[in-house]
Write a protein that binds this ligand. Structure first.
Ligand SMILES: Cc1cc2nc3c(=O)[nH]c(=O)nc-3n(C[C@H](O)[C@H](O)[C@H](O)COP(=O)(O)O)c2cc1C
Length: 349
């Protein structure tokens, strides 16, 4: 199969590949621009971006906004390709970060972890595209119908299946029992739903499938099920250009699929991560005490969570023992650090 370009409104990516946003700090301007330079869509993670700023502990929101502007600008300096940002709807000050990204003229906002229903209003009057992340046709329908109240449709829809890394839109029990629908099945169902809107409104809304995609064959399979493109994350972690510390990349290269577990994240959703000491100790009640809040997520129950998710993710991305999100197929990623160009060449050839 020769892959077609991916058109999202007036944006055209040479390749139908979006690099999934990875927070905290795993996909910033370096990784995103490298993917965009190869013809894909590079996505900066918009979660707690200010973690390297000196005032992050005292003024996290200002630090995040500053880093958001700076990472988008840095990416623009490194590429003329398409750059997006991933913003989680469950984040505190979500609206503020969306508006700042729009001001910076980000090409596309990809948004999940909660219902990103505020997006149409927040991007109004701009050329920024919006792509909600869903894990079922039912969720896609709720979101699209809410967008229609603002006379807007999504510009693309990302379908994230049960094998993805990070937070997952499935029930904890479904993930443990593996009683979920496959990515292919969900893609078929979302595609059918989207077609009804495409026919009614005479528009094209590309469907992008994500979760467990590692080879050209995996891409072909979801495309046969109707996907117009794919979103891939874990495969881009062990690359030279990935923004995470080398210890984080090494953890990926050493991981087997048995090192992956389903967690109950403080975000209030299940997630998929590597069994690090940080995680195992926290689950056993022997974790770090939480004595500082970085205001990351709405409704965080600070008194009852086993660990602070910002602390865990910042620890790992900076090279320490922390929380490392990973897709279910991480153990099958080739055990060699590659360049983004090599990863993409292998995916398309
Ligand atoms: C390290 C890591 C961090 C992630 N962080 C986010 C995030 O902040 N927001 C989000 O919507 N998805 C996040 N994801 C999900 C990815 O964007 C992507 O959709 C998913 O991992 C695709 O599956 P794959 O990793 O098997 O390719 C993360 C995934 C990983 C592996």
């Amino acid at each position: 199969m020769k892959f077609r370009e991916l058109k999202i409104g007036d944006l055209t990516a040479k390749l139908p590949i979006i690099q999934g946003g990875m927070g905290i700090g795993v996909s910033l301007s370096n990784l995103a621009s490298a993917v965009a330079n190869e013809g894909g869509i590079g996505v900066i993670s918009g979660v707690q971006m200010g973690f390297r700023e000196p005032d992050f502990a005292t003024n996290p929101v200002e630090a995040n906004l500053r880093a958001l502007r700076s990472e988008i600008r840095k990416a623009r300096e490194k590429t003329k390709g398409i750059i997006g940002i991933n913003l989680m709807a469950a984040m505190n000050n979500y609206e503020l970060y969306v508006k700042e990204a729009v001001k910076e003229k980000i090409d596309i906002i990809i948004s999940g972890a909660g219902l990103p229903i505020a997006l149409p209003k927040l991007v109004q009057g701009s050329n920024t595209k919006i792509a909600p992340i869903v894990s079922s046709a039912k969720a896609a329908k709720v979101i699209i119908n809410s967008y229609l109240k603002h006379d807007r449709l999504p510009d693309a829809v990302v379908v994230e299946g049960p094998l993805a890394g990070g937070h997952l839109g499935f029930k904890y029990e479904e993930l443990i029992e593996k009683s979920y629908k496959s990515l292919k099945q969900i893609t078929v169902e979302v595609k059918e739903l989207i077609k009804t809107y495409e026919d009614k409104y005479d528009v094209k809304i590309p469907v992008i499938s994500a979760g467990g995609i590692r080879t050209k064959k995996d891409i072909e399979e979801v495309m046969e099920a109707g996907a117009d493109g794919v979103q891939i994350a874990s495969l881009f972690v062990p690359t030279v250009e990935c923004d995470a510390h080398e210890n984080f990349k090494r953890a990926y290269l050493e991981a087997t699929n048995d090192d992956v577990m389903i967690i109950k994240s403080p975000v209030g959703m299940p997630g998929r991560a590597l069994k690090t000491n940080f995680l195992l100790n926290s689950i056993n009640g022997e974790g770090e005490l939480i004595n500082k809040c970085y205001l990351c997520i709405k409704n965080c129950d600070t008194k009852n969570i086993p660990y602070c998710i910002t602390t865990g993710l910042v620890n790992s991305v900076t090279g320490g023992d922390g929380l490392i999100f990973a897709g279910a197929d991480v153990g099958n990623i080739e055990k060699r650090l590659k360049t983004v160009k090599e990863v993409i060449d292998e995916l398309i050839n």
